[in-house]
Ligand binder design. Structure first.
Ligand code: NDP
Length: 268
C-alpha cells in the first residue's frame, strides 16, 4: 500500500466547510498535514472545526485553522493568507475549491448573472492563487489544484454560464501551469460530474417529489443523465483525486486534469 506522510506540510483548502472541500481537508489532516480551510458561514466553520477535532495522524493532534473568508473579497483573502502565514509560516498545497454552479439557460441568464458567474469562477481562483503564491514559492514541493467541472468540456444547456466559465477556468489552469512550471509549482485540476454534496442536497430539498427519498432522487437523476457507473460520486472520491494531484504522488504531473465523473464524459 502506498502511504504518504505530510507531517510538516501545510494545505489551504478554500470552501473546506462542506462537501468536496471538507472531505479533502479530512484526507490531508489524516496524512499529517496542517490544514487551513475557509468559507463564508462562520457557524458552519465552527461546527466543522468540532467535527475534525479528532482527525489527524495517529497520535498527533490535528492542526486545523478555519477562518471566515469570501474568496471574492480581496480583503478577506489577504486576511486569510495573513492568518495562515502567522499560524503556520508556510503553504505547500493550495486547493481552489470554493464555489457552486448556476442553473440557467442562455434565454434566462441576465447580464448581471453572467458577471456574477464569471467573477465567481475566475476570481474564486485568481484571488487565492495570487495571495498564496509567495508562500507556495518558498515551499520545496508546491502545488495548486482547482476543482473544475466536466462542463468545461461537455457543456449542458441548463447550465450555460457555468459551462462557459468552467471552460475558461480549464484554460486558465493550463496557463498557470505553463507560467509557474519554471518555479516548480505544479497546477492541475479535477473535472467532476455529479458529486453528492451541499449543493445537491439543496437541489434535492427544492426539487424532489413529495415522499421521494434522497436515494430514489439521486438514482433517478443518475439514470436520466446516463452515468455509466449508475450513481452520484461521493465527496471522498473527488477528494482522493485532489489528494493525488496536491501531493508528491503526482510529482511529474502539471497542466493536467483528472475526470471524476463515473464515466459520463462522451469524448475519448
Ligand atoms: P458544497 O456546497 O458542499 O461546498 C461548497 C463550499 O464552498 C462550502 O464550504 C461553501 O461554504 C464554500 N463557498 C462557496 N462560495 C464561497 C465563497 N465565495 N467564498 C468562500 N467559500 C465559499 O459544494 P461542493 O462540495 O459540491 O462544491 C465544491 C466545488 O465543486 C465547487 O466549486 C463546485 O462548483 C464544484 N462542483 C461540484 C459539483 C458537484 O456535483 N458537487 C459538480 C461540478 C463542480 P459557504 O457557503 O459557507 O461559503
Amino acid at each position: 500500500m502506498i502511504s504518504i506522510d505530510l507531517s510538516g506540510q501545510v494545505a489551504v483548502v478554500t470552501g473546506g466547510s462542506s462537501g468536496i472541500g471538507l472531505a479533502t481537508a479530512r484526507l490531508l489532516l489524516r496524512a499529517g498535514a496542517s490544514v487551513a480551510i475557509c468559507g463564508r458561514d462562520e457557524a458552519r466553520l465552527r461546527e466543522v472545526e468540532g467535527s475534525l477535532a479528532d482527525t489527524g495522524k495517529e497520535g498527533e493532534k490535528p492542526l486545523l485553522l478555519a477562518q471566515r473568508c469570501d474568496v471574492l473579497s480581496e480583503e478577506d483573502v489577504s486576511g486569510f493568507e495573513a492568518t495562515v502565514r502567522a499560524r503556520f509560516g508556510r503553504t505547500d498545497m493550495l486547493v481552489n475549491n470554493a464555489g457552486q454552479g448556476r442553473v440557467s439557460t442562455f434565454a434566462n441568464t441576465s447580464d448581471e448573472a453572467w458577471r456574477e458567474e464569471l467573477e465567481l469562477k475566475y476570481f474564486g481562483v485568481i484571488r487565492p492563487t495570487r495571495a498564496f503564491l509567495p508562500l507556495l514559492r518558498a515551499s520545496p514541493n508546491p502545488s495548486i489544484v482547482c476543482v473544475n467541472s466536466l462542463l468545461a468540456m461537455q457543456p449542458e444547456r441548463h447550465m450555460v454560464a457555468t459551462s462557459s466559465a468552467r471552460a475558461g477556468l480549464l484554460n486558465l489552469t493550463k496557463s498557470l501551469a505553463n507560467e509557474l512550471a519554471p518555479e516548480r509549482i505544479r497546477v492541475n485540476s479535477i473535472l467532476i460530474g455529479i458529486v453528492e454534496s451541499g449543493q445537491w442536497r439543496r437541489r434535492f430539498e427544492s426539487q424532489a417529489k413529495p415522499g421521494q427519498s434522497w436515494e430514489e432522487w439521486t438514482a433517478a437523476l443518475a439514470r436520466e443523465k446516463n452515468i455509466p457507473l449508475g450513481r452520484f460520486g461521493r465527496p471522498e472520491e473527488a477528494a482522493q483525486a485532489l489528494f493525488y494531484l496536491s501531493t508528491s504522488l503526482s510529482s511529474y504531473t502539471t497542466g493536467s486534469h483528472i475526470e471524476v465523473s463515473g464515466g459520463v464524459a462522451r469524448h475519448v
